[in-house]
Design a protein around this ligand. Structure first.
Ligand code: HEM
Length: 455
């Protein structure tokens, strides 16, 4: 009998194919930068070909939005997202068609065990992001891979984004002093009906890819390879509807399960200065040094009462959201596009865009609230049928921000009591801190945190 083989370290392919180039948002600017860096020659590096500029009715264009809908046939199994960089992938780049959040309990009780976990997770994430052939083992041993994607695993635009929960820090005295300043345990908002089995966790993985098979494959790979380090607590899968390209080839935000375009007013992920202000933790925030380049992740599983919504009059649906259903245009500019912005200054009483509409409460567009802007990256979910015979569908809401309190928590407080709540019920989720990126092939997730613990 052969000795049990350790699964070998992933093949070092980063230098061969340029995957060590920093992960970049998919915007005209980043595409230009990528071209300068010579990535253009690498046909398989994922440039999100479907994320084109959105045109506004005033003739200006805005950069690709993370919530643009994927376009039919633009994605291929060979799409590869660069893994290494200052920030993790899967945040400022447009979503592929599938995503999930999986939340885990961490078994590590010592810094050494936590480092082992981080290193192992990094190895798996590098392999899964890059793809390739898994090693062949003696047939008397379990095979290295589940095999569900065949003998050669395509990269399929896969990203694996790692974030840490409040409990990981709070329950370990040696980690507690290093907790990010704004990380807290998610508390109940008035409209919530939280199921404890769907909340919180020590560590979250956001896994995204072109196909559901690829996200499932990645999850099974991680469960198998980290079986002694992570225990799965809950997960929620979701997807983004893939659309036919429009006649003018302009990008459109994908629709959510209320039938509205979701993401129209998201901040421009191609604007690096804006992302540094709104999404990434920078030195000005007083956070621990290890956290620089990270972000706060808020996750909410929000059920939509779709049968009830489908019986609501169109005028009510539009008034509750604050945008036109078909085009996504602001209600004060009916002939505009979703990229146009509503004018609240000339509508102080809310005659055009109701004061209690979702978009007006979420962002009143005054100078005072500009620090509350969040980067949304949601997926629609379909969980079959609930016990009462109603469809169990909704939004796997995910957003990123440099300050959890100023971002998600403040926006959600403003939304508390909104008329749209009649059709929504948050049932799960949690707050996490998304680790900074893995800089190079000898680095690993959380290396700066481990160094801070040891210092
Ligand atoms: C199932 C739940 C939700 C649905 C169906 C929904 C739907 C929408 C829609 C259709 C829009 C307009 C288009 C757009 O700009 O994206 C929108 C905007 C927005 N939503 Fe939501 N949303 C939900 C939950 C949330 C939550 C939980 C938050 C944050 C706490 C949030 C924050 C925002 C923000 C900040 C905007 C942009 C407002 C603006 O700048 O004009 N949404 N949402």
């Amino acid at each position: 009998m052969m000795k049990k083989q350790e699964a070998p370290a992933p093949r070092d392919v980063t230098e061969r194919d340029g995957a060590s180039l920093p992960n970049t948002p998919n915007t005209p600017a980043s595409r230009r930068m990528a071209l300068k860096m010579g990535i253009a020659a690498l046909g398989s590096v994922w440039m999100g070909g479907y994320a084109r500029a959105a045109s506004r009715s005033d003739g200006e264009t805005s950069a690709a939005n993370v919530t643009n809908a994927p376009v039919t046939n633009a994605a291929t199994p060979g799409d590869r997202v660069p893994f290494f960089g200052k920030h993790q992938a899967g945040i400022t780049m447009p979503r592929p068609a599938n995503g999930m959040i999986a939340s885990f309990s961490v078994l590590a009780e010592t810094p050494e065990a936590l480092e082992r976990l981080f290193r192992r997770l990094t190895e798996r994430a590098i392999f899964l992001t890059h793809g390739g052939a898994p090693p062949e083992y003696d047939p008397r041993l379990p095979p290295a891979d589940s095999g569900i994607l065949g003998p050669n695993i395509p990269p399929d635009a896969r990203t694996i984004t790692v974030s840490l929960g409040n409990s990981l820090f709070e329950e370990r005295p040696w980690l507690k002093p290093h907790k990010p300043l704004r990380l807290s345990r998610m508390t109940r908002f008035p409209n919530d009906a939280l199921d404890a089995a769907l909340c919180h966790g020590d560590l979250s993985l956001q896994i995204c890819a072109n196909t559901q098979d690829s996200t499932q494959h990645a999850l099974r790979d991680i469960l198998k390879n980290l079986a002694d380090q992570l225990v799965l607590r809950w997960m929620q899968e979701g997807n983004v509807p893939v659309i036919q390209p429009g006649p003018d080839k302009a990008a459109e935000s994908a629709r959510n399960l209320l039938g509205f375009r979701d993401g129209s007013a998201n901040p421009d992920a191609g604007d690096e200065a804006l992302m540094n202000r709104l999404v990434w933790v920078g030195p000005e925030r007083g956070e621990p040094a290890w956290a620089l380049g990270g972000s706060y992740q808020a996750v909410r599983i929000i059920r939509n009462f779709v049968e009830r919504w489908d019986r609501a009059p169109l005028w009510e649906q539009e008034a509750f959201i604050g945008r036109a259903k078909v085009t996504g245009a602001p209600l004060d500019k009916p002939r505009a596009t979703e990229a146009d912005v509503p004018d609240y200054v000339n509508d102080p009483q809310g005659e055009k865009t109701p004061l209690a509409s979702h978009i007006r409460l979420a962002n009143d567009r005054t100078p005072e609230t500009q620090d509350n802007i969040i980067l949304r990256r949601p997926f629609n979910y379909f969980n079959g049928v609930a016990k009462n015979g109603q469809l169990d569908q909704g939004l796997l809401f995910i957003c990123y921000q440099a300050d959890l309190e100023k971002g998600f928590i403040t926006v959600q407080r403003r939304l508390d009591g909104e008329p749209l709540e009649e059709y929504l019920k948050p049932v799960g989720g949690g707050y996490f801190f998304t680790l900074p990126g893995v800089a190079h092939k000898n680095d690993f997730f959380g290396s700066a945190l481990i160094a801070a613990i040891r210092a």
